[in-house]
Design a protein around this ligand. Structure first.
Ligand SMILES: *[C@@H]1O[C@H](CO)[C@@H](O)[C@H](O)[C@H]1NC(C)=O
Ligand SMILES: *[C@@H]1O[C@H](CO)[C@@H](O)[C@H](O)[C@H]1NC(C)=O
Length: 341
């Protein structure tokens, strides 16, 4: 990954992405294409902006230094024109000795963007990162470029939501099982109180990608148990069931923190039930028998729609937008303390 030719290839891909983008901007996209772009990425919301920016031929290149987890993705979904340069660096791909970071002298205007979506528990703390970066791109609400795993938007029309038909009570899908996770301890107690249908590698019950949505939709409740508990670390484990019409039972940061992201009656929090744990099991059984109470968990859907963030193009677009809008000097010199505490 650190070989120069590879980076050159990526750099070229990026420039190509920008050229494609510029092409779209000069040859005004058709409404269908525009709609497609608007759906596929947030950063295209500023399309008006883009036209004016293009007229003065200002264009900036953002270099994605390494593909996140080695996975490539299309760049041409960004139609932002940029006025400042940045280098996006994915934490998980940084070598422990920092040897694979860009080595040449940094241009004075260039900003390095630290990108990471894993929680502090699952992110290696690397020495030497403190005085490198200018901006953070993270799920946390206090990052410079905020990219939560999902978000709600107000619906265009007010309509009652009818959840899909259900043939399972409580479901859980897990690939990484560790007995040390808080969620594992919780599950071990919980499974003796209520029937839980389990899926995923952890339970030798692997499900194909195409089966994920139908299975999720067929469960009344889903255990949205995060792998570790940190402020704002609320992942697709919440947003997938929400979007598919399944009620999430969450374990993660506090209820208050969840309510920063989604309405209070959209989910059940394990903390709502102090002890004994039976309360939670009893409550789910009660909801199972009482349709009206159960449907209460979908009232918010009259007014909101769920957006699950699409990795990773959307993130790079957001970085573009940020750089275009803010060009002030900024150094982020306490990354370690900020993220790992
Ligand atoms: C490029 O954008 C900057 C910042 O918006 C502006 O000051 C500058 O005049 C623009 N350059 C050209 C050639 O239009
Ligand atoms: C970015 O951060 C580095 C390290 O703190 C600093 O030396 C550099 O001047 C900053 N650049 C900008 C454009 O803010």
């Amino acid at each position: 990954i650190s070989s120069t030719p590879f980076l050159l290839v990526m750099f070229s891909v990026f420039i190509l992405g920008c050229i494609v983008t510029a092409f779209f901007m000069y040859y005004k996209p058709s409404p269908t294409l525009l709609n497609h772009l608007l759906e596929s990425s947030d950063c295209t919301k500023n399309i008006q902006h883009v036209d004016t920016a293009t007229n003065d031929k200002n264009m900036t290149i953002v270099l994605l230094w390494m593909w996140p987890f080695g996975q490539t993705y299309e760049m041409n979904v960004c139609s932002s024109a940029l006025i400042s340069d940045g280098v996006v660096i994915h934490h998980r791909d940084i070598a422990g000795d920092l040897s694979n970071l860009p080595k040449s002298q940094r241009p004075p205007f260039q900003k390095w963007i630290w990108m990471n979506w894993e929680s502090p528990t699952h992110t290696a703390r690397l020495p030497g990162l403190n005085n490198l970066f200018n901006l953070t791109l993270n799920y946390r609400r206090d990052s410079d470029i905020k990219v939560p795993y999902g978000f709600l938007v107000t619906a265009d029309t007010v309509e009652d939501f009818v959840p899909p038909s259900k043939d399972k009570l409580v479901c859980w899908m897990v690939s990484n099982w560790s007995p040390n996770h808080v969620r594992s301890k919780y599950y071990n107690e919980f499974k003796n109180l209520i029937n839980i249908q389990t899926f995923g590698r952890a339970f030798n019950n692997y499900i194909a990608d195409k089966d994920y949505n139908p299975i999720m939709a067929s469960c009344k409740f889903y255990l949205s148990f995060e792998n570790s508990i940190h402020k704002d670390y609320i992942t697709e484990k919440l947003y997938f069931p929400l979007s598919l019409g399944t009620v999430p039972v969450v374990l993660g940061p506090t209820r208050e923190n969840y309510e920063n992201f989604v309405p209070r009656d959209a989910f059940i929090h394990v903390e709502d039930f102090k002890s004994p744990k039976e309360l939670l099991a009893d409550y789910l059984l009660l909801l199972d028998k009482n349709e009206e109470l159960y449907l209460g968990y979908f009232k918010w859907r009259r007014h909101f729609k769920v957006n699950v963030v699409k990795f990773w193009a959307e993130h790079t677009c957001k970085a573009c937008d940020y750089l275009r809008q803010k060009n002030e000097y900024k150094a982020f010199n306490n990354l370690n303390k900020w993220f790992w505490g």
